[in-house]
Write a protein that binds this ligand. Sequence first.
Ligand SMILES: [Zn+2]
Length: 301
Amino acid sequence: MKPMDRSYKHRDLFDAGVRALQGFGVVGEAYRCPICCSDYDARAIKKDAAIDYRLTLEHAPPASVGGKVVALTCKKCNNELGSKLDSQISAREQFFRFIDPNRPDPKPFPGKITLSEDPTITTNIQISGKIGSKINVRAGKNNKPSHLSGTREKIAEIYLSQRSFNGKISVPTYDKKRAKLAFLKNAFLCLFAKFGYTYALSQPARYIVQGFLEESDFDVVMLQPIDGYENSILVNEKTGVCFVGFGEFLLVCPWVNASVPKYAEACKNPDSFLGKYDTLYPFEMPIKLEAILDNRLIKKV
Ligand SMILES: [Zn+2]
């Protein structure tokens, strides 16, 4: 019996990638991981694929913030960048949910409560709610039973005596640099999903891939979104820049015809990109499967 594909989605993305790569003169059945450029044959999408020879579904933005599958990447790229970079997009979302009244409440997160009594007792807690509204705390699972009962007794005592007590709560944190590089990676994947290897193998695209792989000090530029294009890809061939909308901001990437040194220089002055999206290829995300991995640039609409 022939080994089964992992899913229809794996098969569709794989086939589209193979066709797109053949458009570049690559002979045979190969799918190229858009990030590390390693080639894989159909064994990589089978249920029995070897653990180090596997193509995986990649979400952009990450599934944890509601992203959809846009491409296949190799397991190594998916895992390594997922834990190093994408995790910081989730952590950033958690932080903004804690401070922003217009976002849903964050998931409960860990903190500590220290009673400034004698003896001082610190208890691990789970915090839910957000700044500016009601915050609930409950005892975490990782407490010594003696601390827990000690804290309970102390709180009861303080409550009955109507005194106040001091407690500390932590705020969710995230790594800003990694979160920005994570958005750059996700923008790259959206551009790959839309424009295929025409984008992914271009020199400007390899420049940004190197940037997020090496975690270099890269000026990632994020602009205010334009009304109606919050979740779109916009391209300006004249200036060699493109914009990927992630709702709350547009991320600026180099287009395929960009001069890398000029783009890098322009990123030092984000205002230089304002108003440069006059030639638009609006494209709503999440990306439709049938539009994925076209090996030609789409016509101007
Ligand atoms: Zn890879």
